[in-house]
Ligand binder design. Structure first.
Ligand code: CA
Length: 296
């Protein structure tokens, strides 16, 4: 066991929309948690409401952070969030910067998701097709809750409409006006790395025909899903991971925004099946080493 990832503060992993800790035996952060632990890091994957607003999820996360600090004796945590988890951790850090050493957005829709915009325009909440879609998503959410063996707390509240509105361009603009920490001031630029004592970082990927649709992804249906979802993008057409645009993901120091990873590959889904030449676990290991080198 090396100590390359032995960060000073525990690393707390926060999942996105439809997040979970472990479905029966299948973890959300597939292969990532053990790899970080082998490098000496203390890693805690947490659960927040699978379907809810980023603010509600952020409040739940603050409660978990306080528990983790009590349990570990640490003074702060390093937060890493995937997808809506990135917005969730931004909320927590904005509210309690004293408890947070770093915020890292992994494929976070920091300026909104064009997929969410598309769904909002094509499946409005108060129409039959919108209600049908919501019902289907709620059934999936309920089934996932029943199967989640990695979370043993009380049942977390669900508000699908709030979750969805949290992810649109308009919803994120409203969130960003309240919680601008680490955001770039120009489209496609980088944000401040250090705000209120908290370091901000981000990375993301894009669909790259000939790479992301090759290798093990040929056997992974989530890659096909991302390719279908990518067709809903207009502003960042050809520059998305299927669910989040390249520039929309920018926050703080941008470590990279064009890794050959779709929105699921970036957390090593499904079952480590990623495209040709991709190494999503390596990005987490490099980042933990970066946090350690920064004294975090
Ligand atoms: Ca994949």
């Amino acid at each position: 066991m090396t100590q390359d990832q032995a960060t000073r503060y525990p690393i707390v992993l926060v999942p996105g929309f439809f997040g979970f800790v472990k479905l029966v035996v299948y973890p959300y952060w597939f292969g990532i948690v053990p790899a970080l632990r082998r490098g000496g890091a203390t890693v805690i994957p947490v659960m927040v409401s699978a379907l809810n607003s980023s603010e509600i999820r952020g409040e739940q996360l603050l409660g978990r952070i306080e528990e983790i600090l009590r349990e570990t004796g640490a003074a702060k945590v390093n937060l890493i969030g995937h997808s809506q988890g990135a917005i969730t951790i931004r909320y927590a850090a904005a509210k309690r910067p004293d408890l947070v050493a770093s915020v890292t957005s992994v494929a976070g829709p920091n300026h909104g998701s064009e997929l969410a915009d598309y769904i909002e325009s094509r499946f409005p909440i108060h129409t039959a097709r919108g209600r049908l879609l919501n019902a289907a998503l709620l059934v999936v959410g309920w089934a996932m809750h029943l199967l989640d063996t990695g979370y043993r707390g009380t049942r977390l509240p669900t508000d699908l409409d709030a979750a969805h509105l949290s992810l649109t361009t308009q919803g994120m603009a409203s969130f960003n006006s309240q919680f601008p920490q680490g955001l770039p001031t120009t489209w496609g630029g980088q944000g401040a790395e250090l705000v209120n004592g908290v370091r901000y970082y981000s990375w993301s990927g894009t669909l790259q025909p000939g790479r992301t649709n090759r290798g093990w992804n040929r056997l992974d249906g989530t890659n096909v899903t991302c390719r279908i979802f990518a067709s809903t993008f207009t502003k960042e057409r050809g520059q998305s991971d299927g669910m989040v645009g390249r520039f929309s993901s920018h926050l703080g120091t941008v470590i990279g925004d064009d890794y050959p990873l779709d929105h699921f590959d970036i957390v090593n889904q499904s079952l480590g099946r990623v495209g040709k030449g991709a190494n999503p676990v390596g990005l987490f290991l490099e980042h933990a080493a970066r946090l350690k080198a920064a004294g975090l």
